[in-house]
Design a protein around this ligand. Structure first.
Ligand code: CP3
Length: 358
């Protein structure tokens, strides 16, 4: 099942099929604009700190009951329109045997970075048995969530490659780009292997019941369009292609991707995630017809008074009206930050629901 040509089941109608979130992804009429937040589960919530106490991040991703609880916390508290599976983009790398740790306040750190052809051998395809805990956790969640959709996710090849090559978080992605520009064949093989792993990880989540997926290419905004097209797009397209047969909406998101929005849609997404730098009406022109948009309130706005949050949220809804009456999923332009007031997020969900009620 690790190759993209494997036979796939036809579209399944989950209990969430008619939810506002999935309807908006499909451009169907919605009772209100659906809302969820990237990184809605996690450090902004006191109940998260409580259940995570003493458990390392990646270990917590391997405990299905804990994953279920953490995934449900923001759904209960904020009444968001979708849950996002609690995991991390480096979980599938760890599952195929890469020595990776998430250091608090730092991010993913790779003990032995991938830099040579010989290193590529360590990136074998991911098999469902490698992540039995994911299948179990998604199953538990789908039972509990009922008609609330569960979004599965994975990291895109470029963003994963950056962590693997740099050995940890990086601002300039210099070593990554050095390989991309200087050793194009090695780079292409790395991207291809990561696409296979990522596709495998998404398939496991969809097979277990996730009703949409998001591909996070968080750091791809550091590339010029020509380089994206030449060196990165094929890998992300391979991932989207591998899960196309399931008929679940595929969301594609990155930060600082204003110049890449059209290409990110072309790579195979049904929904393009937009950061806060590009107004949604402008983004709609770049992405083109037929694709829904997700976004894009500046996360920092949440630190301003409620009246400002509401004015700025209204601006996002207004810009999204360029899409017509559907096809917009409200989100922040990037993730929730740990120091955000969770009550401000709860108020924002209620505001968007009310202000967009049809
Ligand atoms: O609520 C959700 O969105 C689901 C959970 C989720 C996590 N990571 C949990 C997590 C998701 C979708 C991710 C994706 C992820 N992980 C991305 C792409 C999204 C983005 O923000 O652009 C990236 C780049 C990573 C890598 C990563 N993992 C980073 C940069 C960090 C933060 C390190 C830090 O301490 O500042 C992590 C750790 C991580 N992943 C946490 C959570 C809740 C915090 C760790 C903790 O609670 O101890």
């Amino acid at each position: 099942m690790s190759e993209t040509t494997a036979a796939q089941p036809s579209v399944r109608r989950t209990a969430a099929h008619d939810s506002a979130f999935l309807r908006a992804c499909r451009h169907e009429p919605v009772p209100h604009t659906p809302v969820w937040f990237m990184r809605q589960a996690g450090r902004s919530l006191p109940e998260y700190h409580k259940v995570r106490e003493g458990i390392p991040m990646l270990e917590s991703c391997m405990r299905p009951e804990l994953v279920k609880e953490i995934t449900l916390q923001p759904v209960r508290r904020h009444k968001v329109d979708a849950a996002i599976f609690f995991s991390d983009i480096v979980v599938p790398l760890k599952a195929v045997g890469i020595d990776v740790e998430i250091k608090p306040g730092v991010g993913p750190v790779i003990a032995d970075p991938i830099r040579t052809r010989a290193d590529l051998q360590r990136l074998r395809p991911l098999e469902p048995e490698d992540v039995g805990y994911v299948t179990e956790a998604v199953g538990l969640l789908v039972d509990e969530l009922g008609d609330t959709p569960l979004i599965g996710f994975a990291g895109a090849p470029f963003t994963l490659a950056s962590y693997l090559i740099e050995g940890g978080p990086s601002k300039g992605h210099e070593r990554t780009k050095a390989m991309m520009y200087g050793e194009p064949e090695l780079w292409a093989e790395l991207v291809d292997r990561l696409a296979v792993i990522t596709a495998g990880f998404l398939k496991v989540q969809i097979e277990a019941g996730a009703s949409a997926i998001q591909l996070f290419d968080s750091w791809v905004g550091s590339l010029a369009p020509d380089d994206y097209r030449r060196s990165v797009m094929a890998g992300s397209a391979k991932v989207f292609d591998a899960v196309a047969g399931y008929g679940v909406p595929r969301i594609h998101f990155g930060v600082g991707t204003g110049e890449l929005l059209g290409l990110m849609g072309e790579a195979g997404a049904d929904v393009v995630g937009v950061d806060w730098r590009v107004p949604l009406d402008v983004a709609a022109g770049r992405v083109g017809l037929g694709k829904a948009l997700q976004g894009n309130l500046d996360p920092a706005v949440l630190f301003a008074p409620t009246s400002v949050v509401e004015t700025k949220a209204r601006e996002v809804l207004h810009a999204a009206s360029a899409l017509g009456t559907s096809g917009h999923i409200f989100n922040l332009g990037h993730g929730v930050s740990p120091s955000m007031d969770p009550d401000a997020l709860t108020r924002l969900v209620a505001f968007v629901h009310e202000a967009s009620a049809r």
